[in-house]
Design a protein. Structure first.
Length: 1187
């Protein structure tokens, strides 16, 4: 297998579609720096699956797209394509299902959003597929086959594990490693499943033990609950007695607290009057104090102002004296400066006049020497040009000699290649005839097998089962949708039913909280407990009008009347109705008169015993007559809303109550009945739907299992068919190739004979050129050496004259510098003289001005001193007055605070008394409420219980009760120990046991599967270990051989490091260390090697790996940069040695390296930022030059 071509479009600097074809064994890519040569290496690594933008010298993956230059817009997509040929080769080909033909094309493209797509032979694949295709071939984004700039040096400095990865790739271990990773992944998944099942089994068994304990607890709970209920009834009677005693005691306390509260209120009112009187006096004293303080502060401000003016004037007089002294000193210094400047001017003029004659003499001597030096320099330049010309001619002759020797080496190498090709051609022709007959028989056998598998595929492709599966899936989905709709409907109705049931059957909360005597918030409201009977629901509207005004009223049960209200006598009812039997034409029909007790199920109110509903319509006269007949407190309500009593007739609307509570409750009761019917029907329908859905789901699962089995059989058939078709295609291609080889044998043999003659003639020409070059070089050397000697003598003379000129120049420049310095000093001294004279005049003027100002300030001083003394005296007087007023105000404030404390204490006592009175009132109400609640609680337990009768018994005789507290606490503690009791534990325990039993079988299956996976991993590890150690030994042998050849001796090797973290059996998994010891050096540490030695060591390692496991091609990016000419020759000899089995593509700037290439590909940049390709075939170029 070999690389046929590389296509780039929009990749980095290759804006235009560019195709590199590789027809020869050695291809060199050349060009100036910055023209895009390394982008070719980046493209190869990128298309092979590189995912790090940093490795491609970018910040993001979208950076590989051509970004645009001036005058050229950027691209939106970058694409790179590699084409390989002979991919079906048995030794170096690709063994993968995606490799179907003799050629394989790999393409990768990326868009602006950074999304990459991969294609193999036009079929979209994943990056993982690309990696799998090239596993074991030595190719990859970071394999040893692609060596980028700087990487050759990093190989030597690689970590142990990085070096190991190179050997593993060379050993072909990566293919097995991928299989091991997949097996390990399955093993991890199986282990996770086992852990999950074990956890689930453990949890279920834990639940099983819990449910067994819960079942026992439920039985014990029922026994204790029955005993507790019996004791609680006895204890409840005791609490009723205690509540009655508490209530009577609180009523006595309530009278006493009221008297105490009145007395304390009188004390508080008296203290408030006294405090108000004293507060007025305090306010008056505060005003007097504030006024005196303001006057005192104003006087302080006036005193501070006078003091400031007096002190400021004294300070100004002192400053004037200081200024006169400073100005006098300046005047004296200016007079001294004038005298010194005049003396310095005279001295400088005399010194400058003394050096002018010497300066003129030195100038004349310097001019003469410079003229002599210029003439000598002209003669030396002429001789140097002659020497350079001779040096260039010498270099040309030497380079021509080296080139001829290099070309001779290349021709000799080509002759060796010719011999190898000729032998291979003869052997190939002989083997083709032997294999032809066997290939034909195998081709017929494969064709028959393809036909059999195709028929099997057609039989499995029958879609009847699939249609049934689709139809059943749709049916199940439809049933699931219908079932979900029914469940939603049931949920909605059940929710509505629960809400209405709570509203209709709601029980008022009984709050056992303390309340004041006038607070009835703890009592039950009428609207919370009122409930119509079935007969009353039909009259809900008129009852709303009558009772709407009282719906928020509280129900207060008087203990003395509770028994009478609970059980009214039949005799009273009959008497109540008897008065309405009027007879004649003005009465009403008794059958239409309904007592309120029949219209309400709850509550039982005394008001209802005196009220009746007339189910009959009356006119106004009949209503009036009926009112006249009522002589007591009885009330009659008509269904039209009229209320009739002894007071007269009134309509319900006049009450002004807008209530629909009873109507709503009646409507809720009717809706509740409808919901019960609907929910019953819906639950039957849900049960039937669930049975149907379960039946169809079982049928669907059976069809899915059958379809999965059929799909598995189809996959096996397709896999077998694909393998047979692939073998058939390969064999057909081989037969066709053999036929072509037989046809081309004569042509190829004739071409080889012609190539042999060309190599012989070219070798003779090169040997003649080498002899001529040696003769020309020997004639040229004497002339070059003579010219060099002459130039050396003239250089010595010119150096001596230069030294003389430099000495004169230094002396002349020194005198010039001294003369210039004296001139500057003269100018500076003149300026100092003028400045001193100006300072003297200014100082005299300033002294006179300061003396005049000092005289004016002295005249103002007595006046300011007198003003300061007057202000100080006034401030002292006002301070005394302010302090007197402040003392008086403070005394009043102390009296006010004392009185306020007395009032606060009175308030506190009064509030405390109020709190105690309120607490007693609340306790009284709570005691009464508690007594009523306990009575109700006892009535719920014992319907025959009568609270007033029981209280009368308590008053007659104090009862004695047995203390059941200890037994109740014991029972409650026993129940509390039981905790939350699950009464359905027995049923849940049976269901749980059905789930636990199948899990043991599943755990055994997973355990057996894990054992098989571990055996597979062990087998892969053994195979990997054997391959790796074998490859390591082979690479070590090749590495030492190549290293010795390159360095002319020495030794190099790879060795496993001693990793203490690995067990003895896994020592072979350790990293590798590279040791190299060139000839003549004792130290084998790589760090002390030179750059060139490191490069040759790394190349020896890379080429040793290639010899052990040749990749299809090797790409090298400027690896010869650190090498000198001699080492470049060794590098090129290594490439020649491997070129028969490996295709080389290298980037270089070295001319000696370029000479070994069969083809040069030049990268240029005619337009800034856009790379272009120029290709030159060296053999064709040489033929063209010779012709």
């Amino acid at each position: 297998m070999r690389l046929k071509s590389l296509k780039l479009a929009g990749f980095k600097s290759f804006a235009n579609p560019t195709t590199f074809t590789f027809k020869h064994d050695i291809t060199a890519i050349v060009g100036p720096n910055g023209c895009g040569k390394s982008n070719v290496i980046d493209a190869i690594r990128w298309v092979l699956g590189e995912t790090s933008a940093k490795q491609l010298r970018g910040g993001a993956m979208s950076d590989v797209i051509f970004a645009g230059v001036e005058g050229r817009a950027g691209k939106s997509l970058a694409s790179v394509e590699l084409t390989f040929e002979h991919t079906q080769d048995e030794t170096s080909g690709i063994r993968h299902a995606l490799n179907l033909y003799q050629e394989l094309t790999l393409r990768r493209q990326v868009t602006k959003d950074g999304k990459s797509d991969y294609f193999i032979n036009g079929q979209r694949v994943r990056r993982r597929d690309v990696v799998d295709v090239f596993l074991g071939t030595g190719l990859g984004a970071r394999s040893y086959a692609v060596i980028e700039q700087g990487m050759i040096g990093r190989i030597v400095d690689s970590s142990p594990m990085e070096l190991r990865s190179f050997i593993e790739e060379g050993a072909g271990v990566s293919r097995y490693q991928a299989r091991r990773d997949e097996t390990q992944k399955k093993l991890d998944e199986a282990r996770d499943n086992l852990e999950r099942l074990s956890d689930l089994q453990g949890e279920l068994k834990k639940q099983q033990r819990t449910l067994m304990r819960q079942a026992e607890s439920a039985k014990r709970y029922q026994e204790l609950s029955d005993e507790l209920a019996k004791i609680n009834k006895e204890d409840l009677l005791k609490r009723i007695f205690e509540a009655w005693q508490y209530h009577e005691h609180k009523k006595i306390q309530q009278v006493s607290s009221s008297e105490t509260l009145n007395a304390l209120e009188t004390v508080v009112n008296k203290a408030k009057v006294e405090l108000e009187r004293l507060s007025n006096k305090v306010a008056e004293g505060q005003w007097l104090k504030d006024d005196a303080r303001d006057k005192y502060h104003n006087a302080q401000m006036a005193e501070q102002t006078a003091q400031h003016n007096f002190y400021t004037l004294n300070q100004e007089l002192s400053q004037a004296d200081d200024k006169i002294q400073r100005l006098t000193l300046i005047k004296t210094e200016a007079q001294d400066g004038i005298e010194h400047a005049k003396k310095e001017l005279t001295k400088l003029n005399e010194e400058r006049a003394s050096i002018e004659p010497s300066l003129k003499v030195l100038g004349d001597q310097l001019t003469q020497k410079q003229a002599e030096l210029k003439q000598l320099q002209g003669n030396w330049q002429s001789i140097r040009d002659d020497v350079n010309t001779l040096q260039a001619q010498k270099n040309i002759l030497e380079n021509a000699q080296k080139l001829a020797e290099s070309q001779k080496s290349r021709v000799l190498a080509n002759r060796e290649k010719w011999i190898k090709k000729h032998n291979e051609l003869v052997l190939s022709f002989e083997s083709i005839g032997k294999e032809n007959s066997a290939d034909a028989d195998e081709l017929n056998r494969l064709a028959g097998e393809i036909k059999t598998l195709s028929l099997r595929q057609e039989s499995l492709a029958d879609d009847d089962d699939k249609d049934k599966l689709d139809e059943m899936t749709k049916t199940v989905q439809s049933l699931q949708s219908s079932h979900a709709t029914l469940e939603k409907r049931h949920t909605a109705l059940a929710s509505e039913y629960d809400i209405l049931h709570k509203m209709v059957h709601a029980k008022p909360k009984v709050e056992e909280t303390s309340a004041k005597a006038d607070d009835f918030s703890h009592l039950t409201r009428l609207k919370d407990v009122v409930r119509l009977s079935r007969q009353g629901e039909s009259f809900a509207g008129v009852l709303d009008e009558f009772l709407g005004f009282w719906m928020d009223a509280k129900i207060f049960d008087d203990l003395a009347l509770k028994a009478a209200l609970a059980a009214p006598s039949t005799k009273d009812k009959q008497a109540s109705r008897a008065i309405f039997k009027t007879g004649g034409g003005y009465g009403v029909n008794d059958s239409n008169l309904i007592a309120f007790g029949q219209l309400f199920d709850a509550p039982r109110l005394k008001l209802f015993d005196a009220c009746y509903l007339l189910d009959e319509e009356l006119d106004e006269q009949a209503l009036s007559r009926l009112s006249d007949q009522i002589t007591d407190g009885r009330l009659i309500l008509t269904k039209t809303g009229w209320l009739i009593g002894s007071f007269g007739v009134i309509h319900g609307s006049s009450f002004g109550a807008e209530s629909s509570l009873l109507s709503q409750k009646a409507e809720h009761s009717r809706r509740l009945g409808q919901l019960e019917d609907e929910l019953g029907a819906l639950e039957d329908e849900l049960e039937q739907s669930e049975k149907t859905l379960k039946t169809h789901t079982i049928q669907l699962e059976a069809l899915k299992i059958a379809q999965d089995e059929k799909s598995a059989q189809m996959a096996v058939v397709l896999s077998s068919l694909h393998k047979v078709q692939q073998a058939h295609t390969i064999l057909q291609a081989k037969i066709q190739t053999d036929a072509i080889k037989r046809e081309n044998f004569a042509k190829n043999k004739a071409a080889l004979d012609e190539e042999k003659e060309e190599i012989g003639s070219e070798l003779k020409v090169l040997e003649s050129q080498i002899a001529d070059g040696i003769q020309q070089l020997s004639e040229h050397l004497p002339r070059f050496e003579s010219a060099q000697n002459t130039m050396t003598a003239m250089t010595k003379s010119m150096d001596e004259l230069n030294a003389q000129v430099k000495a004169l120049t230094d002396e002349h420049q020194g005198l010039q510098l001294k003369n210039s310095t004296l001139a500057q000093a003269l100018t500076h001294t003149q300026r100092l003289l003028e400045l001193a004279q100006k300072n003297l005049s200014q100082a005299e003027t300033d002294i006179q001005a300061v003396k005049d100002n000092e005289k004016n300030l002295t005249a103002k001083l007595p006046q300011l001193e007198a003003a300061f003394k007057d202000a100080k005296a006034q401030t002292a007087a006002l301070k005394i007055i302010s302090e007197e007023h402040e003392a008086a105000a403070k005394a009043l404030q102390l009296m006010q605070v004392k009185l306020q404390e007395n009032l606060t204490e009175a308030h506190t006592n009064f509030a405390k008394a109020q709190t105690e009175a309120a607490q007693i009132t609340a306790d009284t109400a709570v005691g009464k409420s508690r007594l009523i609640d306990l009575g109700d609680e006892m009535m719920r337990i014992d319907e025959g219980f009568n609270l007033p009768s029981m209280l009368a018994d308590f008053r007659a005789k104090t009862p004695k009760f047995k203390d059941n507290t200890a037994r109740i606490d014991t029972i409650k503690a026993d129940i509390a120990k039981l905790g939350a009791v699950n009464l359905a534990a027995a049923q849940e325990l049976a269901e749980l046991e059905e789930r636990v039993s199948p899990m043991d079988i599943q755990i055994n299956d997973i355990t057996e599967s894990m054992a098989k996976l571990k055996d597979a991993i062990s087998a892969i590890d053994e195979k990997t270990k054997a391959l790796f150690l074998s490859a390591l030994d082979a690479v070590n042998a090749e590495l030492n051989s190549l290293f010795t050849k390159v360095f002319g001796g020495g030794q190099a090797s790879l060795a496993l490091i001693n990793d203490e973290n690995l067990s003895k059996a896994d020592k072979w998994r350790a990293g590798l260390v590279l040791m190299a010891q060139p000839k003549g050096k004792k130290n084998s540490r790589l760090a002390v090697l030179s750059g060139g030695e490191k490069t040759l060591t790394a190349l020896s390692l890379i080429f040793a790996i290639f010899k052990q496991h040749p990749a299809p091609f090797c790409v090298l990016d400027e690896v010869d940069a650190p090498l000198d000419d001699a080492n470049v020759g060794r590098f090129t000899s290594l490439i020649h040695e491997l070129a028969d089995s490996v295709q080389f593509i290298f980037i270089s700037h070295n001319k000696l390296a370029m000479q070994i290439a069969d083809e040069l590909k030049g990268i240029t940049m005619p337009t800034a930022g856009i790379s272009s390709l120029v290709t030159v075939n060296l053999e064709e170029a040489e033929k063209y030059i010779e012709s």
